[in-house]
Design a protein around this ligand. Sequence first.
Ligand SMILES: [Fe+2]
Ligand SMILES: [Fe+2]
Length: 388
Amino acid sequence: MNEFAVLSLLGVSALVAVFGYRKELRKSRDCCEALWEQQRRLSESEEAFRAFFEQHCVGFAITDENGRWLKVNDRLCEILGYEREELERLAWHELTPAECLREEMPHFESFLSPRSSNERCLEKQYIRKDGALVDVVVSTKILEPSTKHGVRLASTVHDVSDRKRLLNALAARASELVRHREAIITSMAVLSEFRDGETGEHIRRTKEYVLLLLERAYSDCPARFRGEWGYPREDFELIGSSAVLHDIGKVGVPDRILLKPGPLTPEEFDTIRTHPIIGSYALRKAETTLENAEFLKYAHEIVTYHHEKWDGTGYPYGLAGEAIPLSARIMAVADVYDALVTERLYKKAFPHEKAVDIIASESGSHFDPELVKVFLECAGEFRAISER
Ligand SMILES: [Fe+2]
Ligand SMILES: [Fe+2]
């Protein structure tokens, strides 16, 4: 090969090398730019996350699987009353009251097990640095994937103390109202009891029978006694309490008739039959006097209609079937059973079996047949109440 050819070859090789180098250079420059762009985006999102973490009105924390707070935001420090450096040396269980911890620890351990859901939310208390308890709602998520240092958990901590205080105040107010309601009902019942010459035991038992029938009708006869035909379960206690008022109208019946030991004349019996109307009138007066007398609704039904009969032959209005409110139909069974098995001025006590036979024989005439079925299923429990 002559020198020219060698030079030409060298020249071509040099050109190829230069072009190749420039291409590589361009590639690595593009690569650098992409990396810078990625870095820039990462810092931006880190900043956004940091701002979110720090400025949010909710407490945030990153913890390890031992519950140690690795990173907390200002709001969490504020909720717990600690400086950041102090809090980041503690674990959540060190600030959890002992009674809360006993319940929470097993849940936390199962939360970390591989099969569990990776999110949980619970309402709990923390002990602040000043010793006060703070009510919080903590939502925790296990961060995926776990780092080389182990599992990381992210939690939000909402301070719900104010909401809790408000709810407690409302609950206290509600229970105070219930106590007032009970006091009104009891005092009215005691008056009617004194007047009637019956013992407080009749009143106590009828309340228990009514509650028993309500519960059994609710659980054993779903279609008939639930939904629009029945009562909400939370009203059962009120219906039971209202039952004690059933004969309150007897305060308007003269002693010579009410306490007469022998059989009543038809006129005297007519006077006795006015007691549902008298009671109904008294309750209506109470309803108009009291601002919120919603609680007297069941008492009103029971007082007014407890002597109505399923076949329409009862009093005071001769209502029949489901036109008679359910509470009054239940009351009728309870009241008659108790009257049968106890001694009264005008009669001896019947044995339980005879009382059951009488009620069964009046199914569909005096009593709602479905309620008689319920009664027969729990007749043993009626007997237990009557013998207490
Ligand atoms: Fe009555
Ligand atoms: Fe009664």
